[in-house]
Design a protein around this ligand. Structure first.
Ligand SMILES: Cc1cc2nc3c(=O)[nH]c(=O)nc-3n(C[C@H](O)[C@H](O)[C@H](O)COP(=O)(O)OP(=O)(O)OC[C@H]3O[C@@H](n4cnc5c(N)ncnc54)[C@H](O)[C@@H]3O)c2cc1C
Length: 308
């Protein structure tokens, strides 16, 4: 068993890295355990992060690590956390590599992950010309012919958003029966085509989609797709140790990332439905301040000033 850390952070994406920076600057002993499978690894460019617009996700993490390593109490571990025992003040984290870490506090910054895509050809374009978030990738597709794969109230919500980037888009419901007459009427009044047949395939070349083919033979030419993936928690460990989990799969936290389990915090995609890197980094920073606050309170009882 190694030394006891002040905080073990599980996950080294924007949330975990931001927390590590704050805690490192606060002179806390921190281990960031990261298996290196961030959700945005499918994409070549990350957008909308102030001063880093655009940047490759891998380069973002490289710069972050380089800057964090200026603080000598932070270390990085390339491994997967697989089990957790103990309570506030003395957690034990075991990894797939067979290592064990002791820590006073725990921060889950394990993100969310996508379930495998079921539409043929969609995985070939995911992160290259098919995206999940118009704030992240809408600008790059402005004024282009797009397909939005969505249905029901979400299709309407997506239509209102996407309309800010292009007035040449089509809704494909992929065989979902969720569209009401009211939804159809609202879209039709604005000239937005809606196709209901299931999608047979997404045809592309070099990752760039050129058409969506439906099972009834309809082809919808386009240069980009926006769609929803099915998300699950990046790690099941929060649930396993008793953290309350919301319906969306996110860890329930207070505004500073504190969970219902004493000493356990969560930040980033794992704890919010606002999936953007800068939001994740911000939540990581806030959780780190809360963690440092608890550690400072606990250290205060045995703090003595050095003689002047
Ligand atoms: C295709 C795509 C494009 C995107 N584009 C943008 C964009 O342009 N701009 C933007 O702001 N946002 C974008 N996002 C969203 C952005 O990627 C996320 O909001 C952000 O990465 C969340 O950061 P995070 O630190 O919470 O999680 P992540 O970045 O997902 O990092 C979580 C880390 O935890 C690790 N992990 C999980 N479980 C364990 C475990 N048990 N042990 C060890 N490690 C573990 C994972 O492997 C991963 O490395 C995009 C997302 C996708 C899917």
């Amino acid at each position: 068993m190694r030394m006891k850390y002040d905080c073990v952070i599980i996950g080294g994406g924007p949330a975990g890295l931001s927390a590590a920076l704050v805690l490192g600057r606060a002179r806390k002993k921190v281990a960031v355990i990261d298996e290196g499978k961030p959700r945005n690894r499918v994409t070549g460019e990350m957008h909308g992060f102030l001063t880093r617009d655009p940047i490759a996700p891998s380069e973002f993490r490289r710069i972050a690590r380089e800057q964090i390593l200026a603080y000598p109490t932070v270390s990085f571990v390339a491994d997967t956390a697989v089990s957790i025992a103990g309570t506030d003040g003395d957690f034990r984290i075991t990894t797939a590599g067979g290592e064990s870490y002791r820590s006073r506090k725990l921060l889950f910054a394990a993100g969310m992950k996508d379930l495998p895509l079921t539409i043929e050809g969609l995985a070939d374009v995911y992160g290259k010309s098919a995206f999940v978030c118009p704030y992240c990738d809408g600008w790059e597709h402005r004024d282009q012919p797009l397909v939005v794969i969505s249905s029901g109230a979400d299709a309407l919500h997506m239509a209102k958003l996407i309309a800010g980037w292009t007035n040449r888009f089509t809704i494909c419901t992929n065989g979902s029966g969720d569209m009401t007459e009211a939804h159809r009427e609202e879209l039709s009044q604005r000239g937005i085509p809606v196709f209901d047949a299931p999608i047979r395939s997404v045809d592309s070349e070099g990752g760039i989609v050129h058409q969506v083919v439906l099972t009834d033979g309809t082809t919808v030419p386009c240069t980009g797709i926006f769609f929803r993936t099915t998300l699950v928690p990046g790690s099941d460990l929060p649930r396993a140790i008793g953290c309350e989990i919301a319906e969306a799969g996110t860890v329930v936290v207070d505004p500073f990332g504190k969970t219902n389990v004493p000493g356990v915090f969560s930040a980033g995609d794992a704890a919010t439905r606002m999936h953007q890197a800068i939001a994740a980094a911000s939540l990581g920073s806030m959780a780190a301040a809360a963690i440092n606050g608890e550690l400072s309170e606990e250290a205060w009882s045995h703090f003595t000033q050095a003689p002047h």
